[in-house]
Design a protein. Structure first.
Length: 337
């Protein structure tokens, strides 16, 4: 239910939301300017076609946008999104769960961690199979040195680290990972800096929802009137080995015609340095029983840089576009049932 706060980590602002004047026209202007949607793309949406593009990005970044017309009330989408553990289920989602408010360690109890997720015995500074800073890797070595069932101990330790990240993030207290030292690259990944760079180029956020960028950047200090925040974990298929990730999702409807869902990566054990996605649902012209669904994502991945970066990027972009097309069509079919 959009108006209430359930047991999940959903924090609701106390005051009402101001209307966004000329929402449909303003949103189309933003979509054209920031997501390269052309008049032909909008015409294709009217005809029921799926639109998808690769966007320009900096080195090591994948950016895609897709759109589709859905013949259902957009409130149906928001209701489904709020039940994210059900909404995101699919062949690539191995496990998923939602954090409580406030988060508790038991929220991660269903998460399984096997040798493909984290091998504590082989984790060393500059040579570890998950993204961790040096001090956490040294703690992992101490866990491994205790002997016994190392895999069980390593899994429990990784879940403890993930919970510590979630607790620091939701409280605003120190403790977030600022640098990963899992490989010997002379340019270590700094996830908070990578996210700040994504945000510096996310002009659309505040144009669609005033204050949304501050809300995401300064959470939990920043607030957007009427916003609902959900924090969830998932284990997902990607590449050779799966990865475990924590995502912060903000849902806000700044007008009757427009709803926006922004999602950011809080921590990922592999692959992702930083990620920011935007789902926009805007009423179709002259219809309250249909809406245009637009999804845009920018993801920074360290593995896309360096030698053969162009080849890696082209492969990743193709996979991202194909996956986006499938996800948009699956979401439309689900909502139109």
């Amino acid at each position: 239910m959009l108006g209430g706060c359930g047991p999940a980590l959903i924090m609701c602002a106390a005051v009402g939301v101001a209307a966004l004047a000329g929402a449909a026209a303003d949103v189309r202007t933003v979509l054209a300017r920031d997501f390269a949607l052309s008049p032909q793309d909008f015409a294709d949406l009217e005809r029921g076609k799926t639109v998808k593009h690769t966007l320009k990005g900096v080195p090591g970044e994948i950016a895609v946008v897709g759109a589709i017309r859905v013949h259902a009330p957009k409130t149906k989408l928001i209701e489904r999104v709020r039940d994210v553990a059900t909404f995101k289920r699919g062949p690539d989602i191995l496990q998923i769960g939602v954090f409580s408010s406030p988060p508790v360690e038991a929220d991660l109890a269903p998460l399984t961690v096997d040798a493909n997720d984290f091998d504590v015995a082989s984790c060393r500074v500059h040579d570890c199979d998950v993204r961790l800073p040096a001090d956490a890797i040294e703690r992992a070595a101490a866990v491994s040195a205790r002997g016994g069932d190392r895999q069980a101990a390593g899994g429990a330790f990784l879940k403890q680290l993930i919970f510590e990240q979630v607790a620091a993030y939701t409280s605003g207290h120190p403790g977030r990972f600022t640098q990963f030292d899992d490989d010997d690259d002379d340019r270590p990944v700094r996830p908070l800096d990578a996210f700040a760079d994504l945000m510096s180029r996310a002009r659309a956020l505040d144009d669609l929802v005033p204050g949304l960028s501050d809300h995401l950047r300064r959470f939990p200090a920043g607030t957007v009137v009427g916003a609902q925040d959900v924090l969830y974990w998932s284990k997902e298929k990607f590449g050779i080995d799966p990865f475990i990730t924590v995502t912060h999702m903000t849902i806000v409807c700044p007008s009757d015609a427009l709803c926006v869902v922004a999602s950011k990566d809080v921590y990922s054990t592999r692959y992702i340095d930083a990620s920011l996605s935007l789902t926009i649902a805007i009423d179709a012209p002259a219809s309250r029983d249909a809406f245009d669904l637009i999804y845009a994502n920018r993801t920074r991945a360290h593995a896309l840089g360096g030698f053969l970066s162009g080849l890696r990027r082209s492969i990743a972009e193709r996979r991202a576009r194909n996956g986006l097309d499938e996800r948009l069509k699956t979401t439309r079919a689900m909502l139109e049932r």
